[in-house]
Design a protein around this ligand. Structure first.
Ligand code: FES
Length: 409
């Protein structure tokens, strides 16, 4: 017989303990408890704490800023959430909403300091929601939610945070409107020593009156020991002490040090505008980081938009949770928006074609997917998977959606 090991090496080993192995094992089994012990590994316990699928929260306070409100969210122990998951400054949560206009999940950047999510006492998240002309969800949150209301939110998500091995030690932020919120969290994290980089925020608003969180930003700047600087840029007002105009390459060059990373968060037009300015400044792609833009708009403006579908309505069959529902879908609605408007509880988080949470199978028909939000992998393309948050019906179609099943469902 040919052995695949060196027999000489094991010859000195005593043979006796090996002779009774089966007998010994049977005795151990005999003595054991009838119930199988449950083992939980520390890594799994930590992963569950950092990445919970759902967190149950209550609104403990609401602060009014005029056309925006800040909601303080605390864990709802009654429904099983004892503490909130820790997050990196710049991440978001998606909030599940169910109201007359639809059933949806909307992403909101966590505005608070990450340290406020630590510990069992007083841990909370803050989100600030600004009224948005086309925003059903923001209208609902601003007009209907009140202190004491219960919400379901996701764990912290997204990659829009400082990464010291990739980003420069100095970050220049371009912010517009409620796009200030992730930068607010970063500034708070710098002030409390959680993050170690310098931050210059160029914050665009129409007028000085309309600057969101102005006093709070000033306070952070004061406490930051020079590490956080906020420059207000007004597009519709000229006033001493403020920059006037837009967040242009010239303005960035005026305030930026020699080496920096450019972070962008704000209304959709700011992303394309920010890209143009970055190009003028000769910044490399890796030096420009953008928050996900959310719901896609105006697909008909794209050159590859299918001819003859603009303004049409189609039928969409949705297979979900063992049921088939037929709904109407307009050609300017994403498949996700059409399902939400029909109160179908479809999973989603980023609403930007990126996270894959809404991943669904196209069973029949054609869809249009704008190239700039097509975050699918090669295998998805090959086997007909789509992201309904970034796909439009180009005719009658059918899809199969895989909903998130909660333990109590
Ligand atoms: S919700 Fe993230 S890819 Fe659709």
């Amino acid at each position: 017989m040919k052995y695949h090991y060196k027999r000489d090496a094991i010859k000195p080993l005593p043979i006796k303990p090996f002779l009774n192995m089966v007998k010994d094992r049977n005795q151990v089994i005999e003595r054991a408890e009838a119930v199988m012990p449950r083992t939980e590994f520390n890594a799994n316990i930590l992963a569950a704490k950092l990445h919970p699928e759902i967190q149950y929260v209550r609104i403990s306070d609401i602060k009014d800023h005029g056309d925006a409100k800040t909601f303080i969210l605390v864990p709802d122990e009654k429904r099983g959430t004892r503490e909130l998951a820790y997050f990196r400054a710049g991440q978001y949560i998606s909030v599940s909403l169910d109201f007359e206009g639809g059933t949806m999940c909307k992403p909101y950047a966590i505005r608070s300091n990450p340290k406020d999510a630590l510990g069992e006492k007083n841990n909370h998240y803050m989100i600030t929601v600004k009224r948005n002309i086309t925003g059903l969800a923001s209208d609902y949150m601003l007009d209907c939610l009140k202190v004491g209301d219960e919400l379901e939110i996701s764990g912290p998500l997204g990659e829009f945070y400082y990464q010291k091995f990739r980003d420069e030690k100095h970050v220049v932020a371009l912010a517009g409107g409620s796009g200030i919120t992730p930068f607010y969290s970063m500034a708070a994290a710098i002030v409390s020593g959680i993050e170690d980089f310098d931050l210059t925020i160029l914050y665009g608003s129409r007028t000085s009156e309309g600057i969101l969180l102005k006093d709070e930003l000033e306070e952070l700047e004061r406490k930051s020991d020079g590490r956080v600087k906020v420059v207000h840029v007004l597009s519709h007002e000229e006033k001493e002490g403020y920059e006037h105009g837009f967040l242009t390459a010239e303005l960035i060059a005026k305030y930026a040090p020699e080496k920096y990373s450019l972070f962008i968060c704000g209304p959709k037009p700011l992303y394309a505008f920010g890209d143009e300015q970055a190009k003028k400044l000769g910044l490399k792609r890796k030096s420009v980081r953008k928050e996900l833009p959310g719901d896609y708009i105006n697909p008909q403006k794209n050159e590859d938009y299918p001819a003859g579908i603009e303004g049409k309505t189609f039928r969409l069959k949705v297979h979900i949770g063992g049921k088939i529902t037929e709904i109407q879908i307009r050609s300017d609605q994403t498949i996700l928006q059409a399902m939400e408007a029909s109160h179908i509880k479809a999973p989603s988080h980023c609403r930007s074609g990126e996270c894959g949470w809404c991943h669904s199978k196209l069973l029949s028909g054609n869809v249009y997917i704008p190239q700039d939000v097509d975050g699918r992998r090669m295998a998805d393309l090959k086997f007909g998977w789509i992201h309904p948050c970034a796909a439009y019906a180009a005719g009658d179609a059918a899809i199969e959606v895989y909903p998130v099943i909660k333990e109590q469902d």
